[in-house]
Design a protein around this ligand. Structure first.
Ligand code: FE
Length: 354
């Protein structure tokens, strides 16, 4: 595996060199800049979206810093970083949920770094003020519903989904899913522990089946007529609408999206984000990468290719995402969501959410 990676890296260095010598006039990158990757940064990432590879490749080309990427599940990556300790090669951890970022911060795996360039254009609640982690893309966890079964007027809030009128109508994934844990953490933040437990019990009562599958599976389940609505992250609907799989396209096309709690605190927001690991000695290169991820150009790539919301204002959304309209966001500081994660897991257990 390692040998393979080395081979591929060696090969791509050779290829970049070839490209620059053969078409230098077309390139804005000077020969000197790509003569040699003097710096290398190592990223551990649980993001599983293809656009990320393109983004790191561009960073290599524009900054002359080689990016080594190790992909894995967030819990495995966190365990690995802990085990590797000071010997870890990882400079940055990128994960798709603030729950994990907070976990890394509390386990003392991150170091506080000086705010990267561009962070002043990001809303305060989307990053750690002390510099332990920074949001790079934004998503909302929302209701996707079958308009033949649900009237938009019936929908109001996450809280309302615990009411008996939704019995047998809700599709949602398991308690082990960090997106759900963060959603519940936001409900704890807003309503307190007791109300959050009641909410869990109410939703469990209303589930169309015991939790199973990922977010897309919930939407397909609704399409199959077995539930009326699903609780999912926004970008999965976007991905389905443009999927290579015709079933996903048709299923997604039948759905409508609803942003809950518009009369109150707003829809639950989460981020994919990044932190610099405590053991990293490449802090400056790591900060350059974070700043790069916050540039309008890269924010637009995330938005266009992955249907996510930029964390930086003024970046164009994908037209499908744009068509969903503006909505009010729950702006609770996301560290709070991380802080409530352990309690959220406890309440899921207590309330019988599988
Ligand atoms: Fe995801």
């Amino acid at each position: 595996m390692l040998n393979n990676r080395l081979f591929i890296n060696g090969f791509s260095l050779f290829f970049v060199g070839l490209l620059v010598t053969s078409c230098f006039s077309d390139s804005e990158v000077s020969k000197e800049e790509v003569a040699d990757f003097e710096e290398v940064i190592n990223i551990y990432s649980d993001r599983h979206y293809p656009i990320d590879d393109t983004i790191y490749k561009r960073f290599e080309e524009t900054h002359n810093i080689k990016v080594n990427l190790v992909k894995g599940k967030s819990e495995d990556l966190l365990a690995r970083i802990e085990k590797e300790g000071d010997a870890t090669k990882a400079d940055l951890l990128i994960t798709a949920d603030v729950g994990r970022l907070y976990q890394a911060k509390s386990a003392d795996l991150f170091q506080a770094v000086k705010h990267p360039e561009g962070i002043d254009k990001v809303n305060n609640y989307l990053y750690d003020q002390e510099g332990y982690w920074f949001g790079i893309t934004k998503r909302a966890r929302v209701i996707v519903y079958d308009p033949e079964k649900v009237n938009e007027e019936e929908l109001t809030s996450y809280e309302d989904l615990a009411n008996p009128e939704w019995k047998g109508r809700i599709a949602v994934r398991s308690k082990g899913n960090i997106y759900n844990q963060s959603l519940l953490a936001s409900i704890i933040s807003a309503n307190g522990e007791d109300a959050a437990l009641e909410w869990v019990k109410g939703v469990v009562n209303n589930m169309a089946r015991p939790p199973k599958g990922n977010d897309r599976d919930q939407i397909k389940f609704v399409y199959a007529g077995k539930a009326d609505l699903a609780i999912v992250n926004t970008y999965y609907l976007g991905k389905m609408l443009f999927s290579d799989d015709p079933v996903e396209r048709v299923a997604g096309g039948e759905m409508e999206i609803f942003f809950p709690n518009q009369e109150g605190r707003g829809a639950h927001i989460n981020v994919s984000g990044v932190g610099v690991l405590k053991a990293s000695e490449n802090v400056e290169a790591a900060r350059k990468l974070i700043a790069y991820l916050l540039t309008p150009e890269i924010q637009e790539l995330y938005a266009q290719a992955n249907f996510e919301f930029p964390v930086v204002d003024g970046v164009e959304l994908h037209e499908t995402v744009e068509s969903w309209g503006e909505f009010k966001e729950d702006t609770v500081q996301l560290n709070k969501i991380g802080e409530n994660n352990t309690l959220a897991i406890k309440l899921f257990d207590k309330g019988g959410w599988k």
